[in-house]
Ligand binder design. Structure first.
Ligand SMILES: [Mn+2]
Length: 424
């Protein structure tokens, strides 16, 4: 973790300007009938989970360029996640990926306590083969043609639930790489029937207070078809499995230009919006940092979420899921967590009564202007004030760089080989 004196020193230098900016924004919002303190309190209470795999440098199928001081295992990963939470106060939980992060439950819990973190959803992995694994997932897992391979994949998911129960998780996220690379390779219907049957066995073993999240993805690793290719199939799964099954929306797992915020609204309307994986994309997939390409789209997603917040039972899970190929993952994750908070704060500023009236009156121009006014407002002083009041840093990236954390861990963690590709 980073020394409290370093955080305090950095904050002291920026405090006066922050206070002036915050007061000015407070006056501006007051004229709009918005209490800045209420917005700040909601932002301060908001958290987005970090994926354990996110603190390692990512890569493509061409190459991976490892960074210095990469985490060697789950305990190093939790240290890095602890730093992100220490400085941003926006990332209170970590989502584990099994079997990458397998460790004794007691050790995981102890490390989480030491680093000030909790555990978010468990993620199963049946998209690659592990050492010593009896049957291969080359041609699928939960939808494999071979019953024994499907049973092995079901067993793995049950093991994820068992570990999760010991460390305080209450959700299992299933994403499979199952699909096909050639027309005719797989029978779409039979493959999906097998998936539903196997996923149903996992669902049957789900504890009462758990949620089962399924995540759709349009392509990759299968490039012609995937079993759970879009939100329609995802919704069918959640409806077939039952009450505790909900859909996870990964912002990058759609075709370009798809109206994701509308998918969010639809899933929520029918009680099947389970959570998010935040990231951004330009052409496809989930590789770019949240808010780096299209912050307005992120805002529009949060507009739907704020709209839905009125329902006290509305509690989707939020996680970052992105690949960091050219940046320090800790810096990217801190900036992305703040981008998610920013979109949330901006959505909180929308005058919903006015928006509703303009919608009812079919005043398209004023409706969209009312919506965009929230997006146009610079909410940075609210985010920074929420951070510092929660014990974080006014400028997390500057503080992190001043701390020398990366150089320190680089000395303790031997360099990882750059050979081989693959997204981490
Ligand atoms: Mn994802």
């Amino acid at each position: 973790m980073i020394g409290g004196d370093i955080v305090a020193g950095e904050n002291d230098r920026a405090k006066a300007s922050l206070q002036a900016d915050y007061d000015a924004l407070g006056e501006h919002l007051d004229r709009r009938g918005i209490d800045i303190g209420e917005v700040k309190a909601k932002v301060a209470g908001y958290g987005v989970a970090i994926p354990s795999w996110g603190v390692g440098t990512g890569g493509t199928r061409f190459a991976r360029f490892p960074g210095a001081g990469e985490p060697r295992g789950i305990f190093d990963k939790l240290d890095d996640c602890g730093v992100i939470q220490q400085l941003t106060r926006a990332t209170p939980a970590v989502s584990l990926h099994i079997p990458w992060d397998v460790a004794p439950a007691a050790d995981l819990v102890a490390k989480a306590e030491e680093t000030g973190l909790a555990f978010d959803a468990m993620n199963s992995n049946t998209f690659q083969d592990q050492e010593g694994q009896a049957l291969s997932y080359k041609f699928g897992s939960l939808s494999h043609t071979d019953a024994a391979t499907r049973a092995q994949a079901v067993e793995h998911n049950l093991a994820c639930i068992a570990l999760g129960q010991e460390i305080g998780s209450t959700a299992l996220t299933i994403w499979v790489g199952d699909g096909s690379n050639f027309p005719g390779q797989a029978n779409f219907t039979r493959q999906f029937e097998r998936y539903l049957e196997a996923a149903g066995q996992v669902y049957a073993a789900l504890p009462d207070d758990w949620t089962l999240l399924t995540e759709h993805k349009m392509y990759e690793p299968a490039f012609y078809s995937t079993v759970v290719q879009d939100w329609g199939t995802n919704l069918l799964i959640a409806q077939q499995l039952g009450e505790k099954a909900k859909c996870l929306v990964d912002l990058g797992h759609h075709a370009p230009n798809v109206n994701i915020e509308m998918i969010v609204a639809r899933l929520n309307q029918f009680g099947k919006l389970g959570g998010f994986h935040f990231n951004d994309s330009k052409y496809g997939d989930d590789d770019l940092d949240t808010g780096s390409i299209d912050p307005y789209r992120l805002f529009l997603v949060f507009n739907e979420l704020v709209e839905a917040e009125a329902d006290p039972d509305f509690a989707p899970m939020h996680m970052l899921d992105q690949s960091h190929n050219v940046t320090d993952p800790i810096e990217s994750l801190m900036v992305s967590a703040m981008e998610v908070q920013r979109a949330y704060a901006q959505a909180l500023l929308v005058d919903r009564n006015a928006l509703n009236d303009f919608q009812e009156e079919n005043d398209a121009l004023m409706a969209t202007t009312t919506l965009k006014r929230g997006f146009r407002t610079d909410v940075e002083p609210i985010l920074a004030m929420a951070r510092i009041e929660n014990g974080g840093a006014i400028d997390p990236v500057a503080t992190y760089r001043a701390s020398g954390y990366r150089a320190k861990v680089a000395g303790e963690r031997p360099a990882v080989s750059g050979a081989g590709g693959g997204i981490v």
